[in-house]
Write a protein that binds this ligand. Structure first.
Ligand code: SF4
Length: 268
């Protein structure tokens, strides 16, 4: 399905609930205003109205969508399972293997997998690599973790760093505080997406926090993609209003953060 997420061409929601809609389990402050849960509350968008908490409902893996990846000729970036966490504790390991198998043969496509549970991603991918007798993910499989604050940075990034991949990335969105000095983590990361929160009840994002990430990425020659300033942005201690309701129009950003780069695949 095409998407207006600026860093992807398509979203492929290969895990859905048996009766339609999606499901996930909130895990950290970045999940508080989960856009997927909000969409899932709306039957007009195909949602089932389940909250993203409690026990998982019956789920299905869309094996047909996975099979089709191998026949797609035009190269696209696929944000896989944007409505859930494909490395959630409730997702069967063999589903993760089937997903990776489908990506492995779809060499013309690029897959972006994002998790808030990098420890499960690490062990599942290690098992998959062992099963295939290879040491590193092919360069069309990019692996990322969400970093919303300093605590998740310190917890998740070192685990992500252990995954053998040509592209390891952070999604620092919604960015909820200044990450401070990220230099010690950057050596293991190839790409950072960052942005403020949008939607109802969005929490503040100070553009200086984004600026700091951009400056440090530039110093360490890492690719950085500023997706949006969000709907509750501040700059120089003043509210920063944009015409775009998500603050996603790059032409409205301060010059210093008008950056949208993709990873440099020659970096490893
Ligand atoms: S992990 Fe992602 S999809 Fe799942 S509840 Fe959190 S924000 Fe929503």
């Amino acid at each position: 399905m095409s998407t207006n997420i600026q860093w992807a061409d398509l979203t492929d929601n290969i895990i859905r609930t048996k009766d339609g809609g999606w499901w996930c389990q909130k895990i950290s402050p970045g999940c508080a205003n989960c856009y997927s849960e909000k969409l899932n509350q709306n039957s007009f968008f195909g949602g089932n109205k389940l909250p993203y908490s409690g026990q998982p409902p019956e789920l299905i893996l869309d094996t047909e969508a996975i099979r089709k990846w191998g026949f797609q000729k035009k190269p696209k970036r696929h944000f896989v399972a944007s409505m859930t966490d494909v490395f959630g504790e409730w997702v069967p390991r063999h589903w993760q293997r089937e997903m990776l198998d489908g990506m492995f043969v779809a060499t013309k496509q690029t897959f972006q997998i994002l998790t808030k549970r990098p420890e499960i991603m690490l062990s599942s991918i290690d098992e998959w690599l062992d099963g295939h007798g290879i040491d590193i993910l092919p360069n069309n499989i990019w692996v990322g973790t969400s970093i919303e604050n300093r605590q998740t940075l310190e917890q998740r990034s070192p685990i992500l760093a252990q995954i053998p991949a040509h592209v390891r990335f952070w999604s620092a969105e919604p960015l909820l505080e200044d990450l401070g000095d990220i230099s010690q983590f950057l050596q293991d990361i190839h790409w950072i997406i960052c942005g403020g929160e949008s939607g109802a009840n969005s929490r503040p994002c100070h553009l200086e926090w984004l600026q700091s990430i951009v400056q440090q990425c530039q110093s360490f020659q890492k690719s950085v993609f500023v997706k949006q300033v969000g709907a509750n942005a501040y700059f120089q201690q003043q509210p920063f209003r944009t015409r775009n309701r998500k603050g996603g129009d790059i032409s409205e950003f301060p010059m210093q953060i008008q950056v949208r780069e993709f990873p440099n695949l020659t970096c490893d």
